[in-house]
Design a protein around this ligand. Sequence first.
Ligand code: ATP
Length: 198
Amino acid sequence: MLSRLELVGFKSFADKTRLDFSPGVTAVVGPNGSGKSNVVDAVRWILGEQSAKSLRGGEMADVIFNGSSSRKSLGMAEVTVTFDNARRLLGVDADEVQVTRRVYRDGTGEYLINGMMSRLKDIKDIFLGTGAGSGGYTIIAQGRVDELLQASTKDRREIFDEAAGISRFKAKKNEALRKLVAVESNLTRSRDRLDGLD
Ligand code: ATP
């Protein structure tokens, strides 16, 4: 489903770098410190990760290339991920879904879905229930296996719900229930008014 990743100014990737993922297994290999984990960070970041700490930085702007002995630092980091959506697994009616995230030195940033300015919520909605969203189980970071084994039964259930695609429906159910409560209280108010007219 993940078909392409493009990075510019993200961590150690100062130059535009493109990774194509063909069907099957892809392994990223390289010496220590060469940027393998930065590729994974980029995927987590583009999926809406909000915690700079979990991206191994102090603040969000730390993901921007901060210069090297031979190169000036940059003012912006940009990552674009492309998903094959032929089977419409993501909630967008297009064969390909391209998500772009940018961050500037002042910490501000933006998201685009297929070139259209979008909100973080839109990004989260697309991935909800697919297991690919931030906090999903598709990226197993070092130490996460231990965390899963030690999780409470309730937390573990949430992981299975997300994996099985149930959490998307749970979120919709909760939204519907919230609306029902609002309708119920409107009804009560209307009935009180009607009683007053009698
Ligand atoms: P290991 O095998 O040791 O886990 P790795 O290949 O996963 O290494 P990464 O952790 O992805 O390596 O990359 C670390 C490198 O990225 C370091 O050299 C670090 O200086 C560089 N780096 C991280 N953030 C930035 C940034 N904002 N600007 C420039 N370089 C950065």
